[in-house]
Design a protein. Structure first.
Length: 81
């Protein structure tokens, strides 16, 4: 037997329903800090170094994200199996 349930709700409603914390204030502080830091970036090397420092899990997180993006780009045009 297969049962499908469709729930129509906003992201805020889903967050509350699942009992997840509201991280809006923390996100605002993080975005503000990143915006201020990027104002002083003069070239791509500075931008990469700054991104490594502020990214979640540091340089490992950046490499993982890069592999994720490259994997998605590599599968572009391929049909799912």
């Amino acid at each position: 037997m297969k049962v499908n349930v469709e729930i129509d709700c906003t992201p805020e409603e889903a967050r509350r329903f699942l009992g997840l914390p509201d991280v809006t204030k923390a996100n605002d502080v993080y975005v503000d800090a990143i915006s201020k830091a990027m104002k002083g970036v003069g070239n791509i090397d500075q931008l990469q170094e700054m991104a490594k420092q502020v990214a979640p899990m540091g340089e490992f997180g950046m490499k993982l994200f890069q592999q994720f993006i490259e994997g998605g780009m590599g599968s572009k045009g391929k049909k799912p199996e």
